[in-house]
Ligand binder design. Structure first.
Ligand SMILES: NC(=O)c1ccc[n+]([C@@H]2O[C@H](COP(=O)([O-])OP(=O)(O)OC[C@H]3O[C@@H](n4cnc5c(N)ncnc54)[C@H](O)[C@@H]3O)[C@@H](O)[C@H]2O)c1
Length: 313
């Protein structure tokens, strides 16, 4: 193509998609979202927290559920709640830190229910220790569950999606996968990895022309599921204005609804709350020292000081 023509057509397309994104922001997911009725949705880490709520939300929308968790009883509890909504469900006890276990269970899923349409890589763990206090095996485990498991689940289920040019991979990362946090080196690095994996995978699918296979990466701030039990956020309020706190701990129900809406709309990335978009923008052009000051002001630097976690052992 003529270089001038290529330059202007690229510019026009960028402006067009930018405007489209702005307009779409104001149209609710219920009006523009796809249907997931009859789709098979696999959720990892379905035995509690966000995984359980996502499973229930997809069940409400008519999907079939496949639930994976290392915690059998939690997973069965979720399955009961999903059944009560009226959806069909299968549970599998699987340790996501084991590649062999993932591949073996994936084969079993394909025999039992066939191909998966929506894969939600949600399971995650946090050690909550300062980098040098963190035992090697825990750092390794954090990466295995929070990042590397995504590679194996995608290797198992993505070929089927690509073949049908139909599917969706959802990677639950974190705002800690966009901005580093004091006391969360292994967790942040693992979530940065998940964000990078998602973005690269999306590029790869796009370059292959697989426009029916989507990915969404989810970057929420802290949520009151119990995973970060004890950790305290500073609820900053804007002086003189009656705004709600800028960075309150998020409610799990609200987060799970927003995640499902993003999936229905094939949104590439979702940051919750929206102010995280501004922080990421600021990170791009403010000097590092400003970032440190802001991190202290918003309480992110001391967030982990009182952390206890879900399981102290
Ligand atoms: N809670 C938060 O503040 C927060 C914030 C941002 C992102 N996230 C992310 O959201 C996701 C869900 O977190 P949550 O708050 O619901 O946590 P949670 O602890 O309630 O749920 C995590 C689930 O993953 C399962 N799991 C852990 N290790 C596993 C393994 N080896 N194999 C299989 N399953 C395993 C657990 O049994 C549990 O059911 C995680 O990826 C987390 O990192 C959480």
């Amino acid at each position: 193509m003529n270089p001038i023509l290529e330059f202007f057509s690229t510019l026009l397309l960028v402006i067009y998609y930018w405007l489209e994104a702005i307009v779409l922001t104001f149209i609710p997911a219920s009006l523009r979202g796809k249907s997931v009725a009859g789709e098979t949705v696999l959720v990892t880490g379905a035995g509690s927290g966000i995984g359980r709520l996502l499973s229930k939300r997809f069940a409400e929308l008519g999907a079939r559920l496949v639930l994976w968790d290392i915690n059998q009883s939690g997973n069965e509890e979720t399955a009961e709640q999903v059944k009560a909504i009226g959806a069909t469900v299968r549970t599998y006890t699987v340790d996501l830190s084991s590649r062999e276990a993932i591949y073996k269970t994936a084969q079993q899923v394909k025999r039992d229910v066939g191909e998966v349409d929506i894969l939600v890589n949600n399971a995650g763990i946090v050690t909550g220790k300062k980098f040098l206090d963190c035992p090697d095996h825990m750092i390794q485990k954090t990466f295995e569950v929070n990042t590397i498991a995504h590679f194996w689940t995608c290797k198992a289920f993505l070929p089927g999606m690509i073949e049908r040019n139909h599917g969706h991979v959802v990677n639950i990362a974190s705002s800690a996968g966009l901005i580093g946090v004091n006391g969360l080196a292994d967790y942040c690095a693992s979530k940065f990895g998940a964000v990078g994996f998602d973005e690269s995978l999306r590029m790869e699918l796009s370059m292959q022309g697989k426009n029916g296979v989507h990915t969404t990466v989810v970057c929420p701030y802290f949520i009151s599921t119990g995973m970060f039990e004890g950790a305290k956020t500073r609820e900053i309020k804007v002086p003189f204005f009656k705004f709600p706190a800028i960075l309150p701990i998020l409610k799990p129900e609200e987060v799970s609804h927003r995640i499902v809406d993003a999936v229905l709309c094939n949104q590439h990335i979702i940051m919750i709350p929206r102010i995280i978009y501004i922080f990421v923008l600021l990170k791009g052009f403010l000097p590092g020292k400003c970032g440190e000051i802001l991190s202290k002001y918003f309480g992110a630097s001391n967030f982990m000081d009182t952390f206890k976690g879900r399981n102290p052992n």
